[in-house]
Design a protein around this ligand. Structure first.
Ligand code: ADP
Ligand code: MG
Length: 765
């Protein structure tokens, strides 16, 4: 059986780790696909459960220093499925991450004074060379001469243990990651210095000038790298806090009516159909339908909508939202993992660990980076020995060559490169979630930034989607008779027009007849039998198909004012013409203006009458109207726009627009009600607000800009650093990057990438 699972991975340090894990697991029989995200440290694996298991992945990964965190199942934890869903397992890994952070902090604190001492000695030496300060007295020199090897030993074997393990894995399994580079660089400096220090006297006799040792390099590089990693880990925890904030929205208890009395129960004991009491300022614990009382509920935490929403009997309420001053009772319909909040959390989690297409480049580079860098390091060492020795003499060239070797290894780490895209995506997706913009995968967020055309649905997107009857013209029979027949037909329909008719008859308390053999006629209307007579109701096209003659001029005139006709007829004659009108959403006008400012063209797509649609489009400022389209033609309209080379986003209600949403480069579902599991859309806007569409485009642009800046930061250090460290500029300018500074630059690049991603959080969209 095919299974797709996301696991948290322990032991990941960088992008090259991701590609090592991907390659190792992909080789296992039964694994179809794996994608590892270095930002979230998650691995998404699809595999055949009959052929392999997560345990066998770990068998292969553990020798390499990685392991998948296999979540304890509900059974393991002695919990019900509901309890387990509420638990979600997230708090646990967070706790572990904090523990890891604390131990890194201890290491950093112990390393910094040692680095300061080394920097002091190093700085004094340099200044003394230029006679800015007097040379160190012999006694001090002796003291440091013995102190530095001790400090370096502690640094390499205690603080630098992860890097030594990386080196060990390279030797043992031939797999190199960034720890390997650091481990190799620092231990080469250490061993060289150790040999020089131990055999100084013998060496001095044969080779002049060998007394230079590089213990300080080992100390300073390890300190900077560890400090950089500590800062990076700390910031990475912050980039992902959107999920944590969502988790915190979940109420811990619920006030449930059991045996006629209100009892406060832990959330996981709530079952379907429970009556739940919500007091003023109380949190709504699960999803449900109001059965008594009324109030306003603050849903801003879910939809990003600041205005509290009115809730009466029959309205839906959503877990995680907060009641204002009223009080009400509701029936629980969705609990545990079924709630909207739980599905939002799941969606955000998955989106944050999905890969944006732009990351493919970074992945490709970092997977070949380590071997290439090793090659460059060895080459530059060789060049120093061969070319440098002729100019400078062997011992000098050997020292410089060694510095180059270590410097290249240290500066070239692809760490920042691996973080550039995922950290920005994590922040972007999280930020969206708080604004009611749910991103299903990172690719949708990436594509949205260069969208050319937005195609929108009329009903519900531009108009309120709640049309009302504005006039009724009776041609045969009485008005009440006709209206009750019409309502009987419409009662079975899902179309917004149907609601207009039903709410009218509800208000007038008209009795409805029974409908038999009801059928919806796609794009045109409905038909069915009432009292044994066959009736039709719908637009002019439907009536024309019946070949009935009727006065179209008065209908025409009204459609030019944005009204939609609903014509009731039998096979023989037209009985009544009902005009309905749907008010334009005030925010739609503003949103269209803002989309224009972003250089985006707006096309309105509707099955409604051409005149009606054109009138509404003009009111709102929409560029182009495609009216009277059948549902299956919506897809073709999108295809046509795409064939002109346009990047097309389609915003629709997600139910009957599914094929068009899937065809568009970016499908944007306008969620109405509580259904967020909209499969065919890449992005879902909660509460169907079109002004959020503008925000979504801005969010995408912001995120992409962040990613591009990050990639720049990641590359610039390497592009400048590698030739500098290799000594390419030495023959011309005498420049050679000290490995200690390479360590600093390396740490800086990761920190600036993560810092830049975090900066996106505070930007307004
Ligand atoms: P849209 O969602 O853009 O209105 P549809 O294909 O759902 O597109 O409907 C096209 C047209 O068919 C509507 O504008 C309306 O005139 C007519 N129609 C569809 N369903 C009904 C209905 N239940 N009652 C009356 N007219 C309907
Ligand atoms: Mg529709």
């Amino acid at each position: 059986m095919k299974n797709v699972k996301i696991y948290n991975v322990k032991g990941m340090h960088c992008a090259s780790c991701a590609s090592i894990i991907e390659r190792t697991v992909k080789k296992i029989d039964g694994v179809e696909d794996i994608s590892v995200n270095p930002g979230t440290e998650n691995a998404k694996i699809s595999f055949d459960t009959t052929k392999t298991s997560p345990e066998s992945f770990n068998k292969k990964l553990e020798p390499l220093g990685y392991s998948l965190m296999l979540p304890p199942t509900a059974h393991d934890m002695g919990m019900s499925e509901n309890e387990h869903a509420a638990h979600l397992g997230l708090t646990q890994t967070k706790k572990e991450k904090l523990a890891e952070l604390a131990s890194m902090k201890h290491k950093v604190i112990s390393a910094i004074p040692l680095a300061i001492i080394s920097l002091f000695v190093m700085g004094w030496d340099i200044l003394a060379q230029f006679s800015i300060v007097p040379g160190m007295s012999l006694l001090w020199e002796e003291f440091f001469h013995h102190l530095l090897p001790l400090l370096a030993t502690y640094m390499l074997f205690v603080v630098g243990k992860p890097y030594l393990l990386g080196l060990y894995r390279f030797v043992r399994y031939g797999k190199a990651n960034m720890d390997t580079l650091i481990g190799l660089g620092t231990s080469v400096a250490y061993i060289y210095s150790f040999i020089v220090g131990a055999f100084e006297e013998t060496l001095l006799k044969n080779i002049p000038n060998v007394s230079m040792t590089y213990f300080d390099v080992t100390i300073i590089v390890i300190t900077f790298i560890t400090l950089g990693k500590y800062l990076e880990t700390r910031s990475k925890l912050k980039t992902g806090d959107a999920i944590e904030k969502l988790l915190n929205l979940q109420a811990k208890t619920a006030l449930v009516v059991r045996d006629g009395t209100e009892v406060e129960l832990p959330i996981d004991q709530v079952v379907h159909g429970d009556l739940i009491v919500v007091k003023p300022a109380g949190k709504i614990p699960v999803d449900g339908i109001v059965t008594r009382g009324n109030s306003y509920v603050d849903e801003s935490m879910i939809t990003g909508e600041p205005m509290p929403v009115s809730k009466k009997v029959g309205d839906g309420v959503v877990a995680g939202t907060i009641n204002t001053t009223g009080s009400f009772t509701f029936t629980a319909t969705k609990i545990g993992a079924e709630t909207m909040l739980a599905s939002i959390i799941k969606m955000v989690e998955e989106a944050q660990s999905s890969k944006a297409p732009i990351q493919a480049l970074a992945d490709k580079i970092s997977s070949v980076f380590v071997p290439v860098v090793l090659g460059i390091a060895i080459l530059s060492f060789g060049a120093w020995l061969i070319l440098g020795a002729q100019a400078l003499g062997f011992s000098q060239a050997f020292s410089y060559g060694l510095l180059s070797f270590v410097g290249v290894l240290v500066i070239a780490c692809p760490c920042a490169l691996g973080l550039a895209t995922p950290t920005a995506i994590i922040v972007g997706v999280g930020k969206g979630a708080r604004e009611g913009i749910l991103v299903k995968d990172a690719a949708a967020l990436e594509k949205l930034h260069n969208v050319d055309v937005v195609v929108v649905d009329k009903t519900g997107t531009i108009t309120r989607g709640k049309p009302e009857i504005v006039s009724i013209k009776t041609l045969s029979g009485t008005e009440d008779e006709n209206i009750s027949i019409l309502a009987a037909l419409e009662k079975a329909s899902e179309h917004p027009i149907a609601h207009a008719i039903i709410s009218y008859t509800d208000e007038k308390k008209l009795k409805l007849a029974q409908v038999e053999q009801f059928k919806a006629i796609k794009g045109k209307g409905v038909q069915g039998y009432v009292g044994g007579v066959e009736y039709f109701a719908g637009n002019t096209k439907l009536i024309q198909n019946l070949q009935l003659s009727f006065d179209t001029t008065s209908i025409e005139a009204e459609t030019l004012e944005g009204k939609t006709p609903v014509i009731l007829a039998t096979k023989e004659k037209v009985l009544a013409i009902v005009m309905v009108a749907d008010a334009i959403k005030p925010e739609a006008i503003e949103a269209v203006k803002n989309l224009h400012k972003l250089g985006i063209k707006i096309v309105m797509l509707t099955g409604d009458n051409k005149n009606t649609a054109t009138y509404i489009a003009k009111q709102v400022g929409i560029d182009e109207v495609v009216a009277e389209v059948m549902p299956e033609d919506k897809l073709n309209t999108i295809k046509e726009l795409q064939s002109n080379g346009k990047v097309v986003a389609m915003a629709g209600d997600g139910v009957n627009d599914a094929p068009a949403l899937a065809q568009a480069d970016i499908g944007i579902a306008m969620a109405t009600g509580t259904d967020v599991a909209i499969e065919s859309a890449g992005i879902t806007l909660l509460h169907g607000d079109i002004s959020k569409l503008v925000k979504a485009v801005r969010l995408s642009k912001l995120t992409m800009r962040g990613i591009k800046q990050n990639l720049f930061f990641a590359f610039i250090y390497n592009i400048i650093g590698i030739p500098l460290a290799a000594g390419l500029f030495f023959p011309f300018f005498g420049w050679l990057l000290n490995p200690a500074f390479a360590g600093l630059a390396m740490a800086m690049s990761s920190v600036s990438v993560v810092g830049n991603s975090l900066r996106l959080k505070s930007k307004n969209i």
